[in-house]
Design a protein around this ligand. Structure first.
Ligand SMILES: [Zn+2]
Length: 217
């Protein structure tokens, strides 16, 4: 059992529990059989509104945050208009706070600036990890990622990934990212989560050249 830790009043939650919570949300929205998760459908099902705010990132250096009453996720308008992978992950991350942390947020704050400051103070790295874990599992569920990787790697990712060159890896990351409409970094992180040993290899392969990696091994 892996715990993502407790800090600042946020309780420990196991990875398995977070995965279960993400799966339950997908089931509730009838999205458990879809590869591409429509994040707006999830928000509707949880009765959370999305409200674009002009220059949110420029002014506050955040992509999104959830309101004190947990009814509205404010998002950067530019990312919202593009419906970008970054926007989708930000909303999924805030839904992670909604599902996992809504009983632990401060109450009695008024005003946008105060709320942003209060929630930034409260939300430790642990809580952020929990929300990221939820978002990753919501947008890129393990069984679907494995299925797609197996298809990409001639039937078996685990058996064949060694044969792929760094350039092929990058092409595959881009293709898989598009299928889930998430960034390549999210796919890479999910792979590291799901296949810890393999994930480390791939991380190295992508960051460095294949030849230097093989020589080092
Ligand atoms: Zn957060």
């Amino acid at each position: 059992m892996i715990y993502l830790g407790a800090d600042g009043g946020i309780p420990e939650v196991s990875k398995e529990e977070i995965i279960g919570r993400a799966e339950a949300v997908l089931k509730k929205c009838r999205l458990d059989n879809e590869v591409l998760v429509d994040i707006e459908t999830v928000c509707d099902a949880l009765r959370v509104n999305i409200l674009p705010v002009a220059d949110l990132f420029r002014c506050f250096h955040i992509d999104a945050f959830i309101s004190a009453d947990f009814r509205t996720i404010y998002v950067d308008e530019g990312e919202f208009r593009k419906s970008s992978p970054r926007y989708r992950f930000s909303v999924a991350h805030e839904l992670g706070h909604f599902v996992l942390h809504r009983d632990y947020y401060p109450s009695g704050v008024s005003g946008l600036r105060e709320w942003v400051d209060a929630s930034c103070d409260l939300l430790s790295a642990w809580a952020e990890n929990q929300a990221n874990c939820f978002a990753g599992n919501l947008l890129v569920p393990e069984d679907k990622l494995i299925q797609i990787l197996n298809n990409e790697f001639g039937g078996s990712f685990a058996r064949n990934y060694w044969n792929a060159s760094p350039a092929e890896f990058e092409r595959i990351f881009a293709r898989v990212g598009k299928k889930f409409m998430v960034s390549e970094q999210v796919i890479l992180r999910r792979m590291q989560d799901i296949f810890p040993g393999v994930g480390r290899d791939i991380f190295y392969i992508v960051k460095n050249s294949w030849r230097s990696y093989v020589n080092k091994k």
